[in-house]
Design a binder for this molecule. Structure first.
Ligand SMILES: [Zn+2]
Ligand SMILES: [Zn+2]
Length: 270
């Protein structure tokens, strides 16, 4: 029985890590390259964008891409494990070690994590005190980049359709039965519509995720405590915000490599 649980856990971790590598090295860069090399030239040519706008868009998209990849990598590389920590607050039977009061055990990572928020499947890591800043900024920039790309993808896809074909295609994707009553063929073009749907769905998903985590940050709670959280005063909100993004938060939100130390004294280590 234990061997089965171990095998299932190892298999789960393997899948999680494979997806994580796929996201970092294939999906994210491919999406960026597609937007820069395929969508950008068509949009610039069709809608006659000025050179200033053109350069501005290249800068904005590169800035978003650097922040997405940078925060993602740093979120993964920042160690959150408490193994080997010497403290005396409570005992974790799984880790067989003493841990601070503000730490919880993660069954997937098989370690205790300080101020553990949740285990992220996409990054194959636990999100805790040390890497929460990178995680939230990763989700935030993902939301901005997806919203930005959806807007331009819409104009790009519009160039592939004539007259009202796009709207007809949208209805046909929403209700496949319309294929029997509307004239054929749109076929391949409907893949563009599906792509736009996926793009829009991801904007909503990342937006909700970002809003949920930012609300928890301001309220000073983790994802597992959010149900019992309440609104707090402005001073408290600012303190909670700094406890996640660090004392130099204004640089942290702009650049993943910016040094922004977490304030000491908020969390009890020993
Ligand atoms: Zn533990
Ligand atoms: Zn974990």
């Amino acid at each position: 029985m234990y061997t089965n649980i171990f095998k299932r856990r190892t298999c789960g971790r393997f899948l999680e890590k494979s997806f994580c590598y796929l996201l970092i090295f294939v999906i994210n860069p491919s999406f960026f390259i597609f937007e820069i090399l395929v969508v950008r030239p068509i949009v610039v040519k069709t809608y006659n964008l000025s050179q200033y706008k053109h350069v501005f868009h290249i800068m904005c998209s590169t800035f978003c891409f650097i922040n997405i990849i940078g925060n993602m990598m740093l979120c993964i590389l920042t160690g959150t494990s408490l193994k080997g920590t010497v403290c005396s607050d409570s005992y974790c039977a799984q880790c067989e070690t003493n841990r601070p009061a503000a730490a919880w055990h993660c069954a997937t990572c098989n370690t205790c994590v300080l101020r553990r928020d949740h285990h992220c499947f996409f990054l194959s890591r636990c999100i805790g005190l040390q890497n929460q800043r990178y995680y939230i900024l990763y989700v935030g920039y993902l939301f901005i980049a997806l919203g930005y790309s959806t807007y331009y993808n819409y104009y790009y896809i519009l160039t592939k359709f004539e007259d009202d074909d796009l709207y007809l295609s949208v209805f046909r994707v929403l209700n496949p039965l319309l294929r029997y009553v509307t004239p054929e063929p749109l076929a391949m073009k409907e893949l563009y519509v599906l792509f736009l749907f996926l793009n829009s769905g991801l904007v909503i998903w990342s937006g909700v995720l970002f809003w949920f985590h930012m609300r928890n940050v301001f309220r000073g709670v983790t994802a597992r405590e959010y149900k019992h959280s309440r609104g707090v005063a402005w001073v408290e909100m600012k303190k909670n915000f700094v406890s996640v993004f660090g004392t130099r938060w204004y640089w942290a939100i702009l650049w993943p490599l910016a040094d922004s130390p977490l304030p000491t004294g908020g969390i009890k280590y020993d």
